[in-house]
Design a protein around this ligand. Structure first.
Ligand code: AMP
Length: 428
């Protein structure tokens, strides 16, 4: 199968070959044809599957072929949950539209709105946006969605997790009802299905390879360790292994900051990335991590979601996620584009239940090791960490003033595993 056989136009094929892609990924092969036919599409795909090109390429094709419509008037809107993802999707839109007469831009919060407004005033065909800033600017009368022909909702599951349901509903109201809709989600809970039902018309459903297949190519290991010794253990592993690019997951913003400071004081270059960091700080941290000047990036789940970090050799779960699916998302970052990777989890007694749930979800036992000097505490309770039990953290934007409670009981039907303790989301 080639990109050409999917029916994409020459300028797009040129941009694709400039990117160096020869073959469409499975999600691209499945999603591009129905999108080109003008159908609504519901796609099950997570980051790393090539989903961005899966919707961007046919979207650009349709916009550039259909030139009778109003140009430069936001004809396509791509909504993403996080700023990083918005920036990445926009970078893709720019690259794929290099040989087309299409203008695009991106807007998100945390940065000055003035340059964004100035670009919007000049007119754009494709807008990539996070919900908060989009609605702010619309409320101020600085943009209009009256001419949207194609609407893309990317990472819909995270949108709900972050409490953006009301914002999505608001956005739906200010777009024309006659339009093409594409919705992407990694998981399909009842809430997601309900949302899909309210957005999509007769959608074609497409699915990338099931999430769990990626898990098998990743080397996974658990170190059972006393909670108080985790920091020393992680520093030892990174130092002894001389690991150069390590993504570390923490459940809380506070924990991420603390660990990052400890790393730095041990001579390891590190940066933290989470919802309380300014956009500038997040962009800088990610750039440093990609170019090798930062060895360790300590992230919370939501902040890390959607980050395009190719060929990541090491992922460490400093703490296990309380939502089992997040484990799969986290470690999936080491197995991208066919490259193998290593995923290590530091597990203390109170995370025993989380570990058991994860093993149930991925349907495999993870190898356990105990390092001398870093033994687990035999007297520690195996009672799971409860929401609210950790140090109290600042709340994320979506969760803060929106309906964060709504997504608390969502569960992945595909994985048939219960998502628990959703109320911890506001700490990420
Ligand atoms: P995404 O899932 O959209 O975040 O894409 C994941 C990664 O795969 C990105 O680094 C893309 O540049 C890359 N990618 C997307 N489509 C292809 C393709 N057809 N062939 C090779 N790499 C691709």
């Amino acid at each position: 199968m080639s990109f050409k056989s999917l029916g994409l136009s020459e300028p797009l094929l040129k941009a694709i070959s400039k990117k160096g892609y020869d073959t469409p990924s499975p999600i691209q092969a499945k999603a591009i044809p129905p999108v080109l036919e003008g159908k609504d599409v519901l796609a099950s795909a997570q980051t790393g599957t090539g989903k961005t090109a899966g919707f961007t390429l046919p979207l650009l094709h349709l916009l550039s072929e259909n030139t009778n419509q109003r140009r430069r008037s936001i004809r396509a809107l791509i909504l993403t949950p996080t700023r990083e993802l918005a920036a990445q999707v926009y970078a893709n839109v720019k690259e794929y539209s290099e040989f087309l007469d299409i203008r695009s831009t991106v807007i998100f919060g945390g940065v000055n709105q003035k340059p964004q407004v100035a670009t919007l005033k000049q007119g754009v065909d494709v807008l990539v946006a996070t919900p908060g800033r989009l609605i702010d600017l619309e409320n101020q009368g600085l943009l209009s969605l009256k001419h949207v022909e194609i609407f893309v909702l990317d990472e819909a599951d995270r949108m709900l997790d972050m409490g953006f349901l009301r914002d999505i509903e608001r956005v739906m109201k200010i777009m024309p009802s006659k339009r093409q809709n594409l919705m992407f989600s990694a998981t399909f809970s009842k809430d997601i299905k309900k949302l899909a039902y309210s957005i999509l018309n007769n959608p074609i459903q497409v699915e990338a390879t099931p999430e769990n297949t990626a898990v098998e190519v990743i080397e996974q290991k658990v170190y059972r360790v006393a909670k108080g010794k985790k920091t020393d253990l992680i520093i030892k592993l990174i130092t002894d292994g001389n690991w150069k690019q390590v993504l570390v997951f923490n459940r809380t913003k506070h924990g991420a900051n603390k660990l990052c400071k400890k790393m730095i004081s041990s001579g390891i270059t590190a940066a933290a990335i989470h919802g309380n960091k300014s956009q500038g700080a997040r962009t800088k941290a990610l750039a440093g991590f990609k170019n090798g000047s930062i060895r360790v990036l300590v992230a919370t789940d939501i902040a890390a979601r959607g980050l395009d970090i190719p060929l990541l050799p090491h992922v460490i779960n400093f703490e296990l996620p309380n939502i089992s699916e997040d484990y799969v998302h986290r470690i999936g970052r080491t197995g991208r584009a066919g490259a193998s990777g290593e995923a290590i989890s530091l597990v203390s007694a109170d995370e025993t239940t989380f570990l058991r749930d994860i093993e149930k979800l991925i349907d495999m036992k993870i190898e356990v090791e105990i390092l001398e000097g870093f033994e687990p505490d035999p007297n520690a309770s195996t009672e799971p960490i409860k929401p609210g039990q950790n140090r109290n953290q600042g709340r994320g934007r979506g969760a803060n003033n929106r309906n964060s409670g709504k997504s608390k009981s969502s569960s992945s039907d595909r994985n048939k595993s219960k998502s628990r303790n959703r109320n911890n989301d506001n700490r990420r």
